[in-house]
Write a new protein. Sequence first.
Length: 106
Amino acid sequence: MDMMKMMKKAKEMQAKMAQMQEEVAEMEAQGSAGAGLVTVTLSGKGEIKAIAIDPSLVKPQEAEILEDLIMAAHNDAKVKVEAAMQEKIQQMSGDLGLPAGMKMPF
């Protein structure tokens, strides 16, 4: 591959990466725990956007259970955000003709 083609590919990859980062930042994923009693919505950046708690869990003696469920729902949403990001990276790699599974330098 000559240098001009490599430079063009690098610029193309930079542009696609910037676009992907914007798309990821705008997406949201919802995770839940306790059979849906606690739901957490995360942004693509991993920031909590919303937490929904079933009123049946709001009891002082159940605070520890509620805390555990919030963490579990957050982790569930985080896994979904990361999976969506990986899917976008793989799609971008395929669009650029890069080998599947190639690690990006970021």
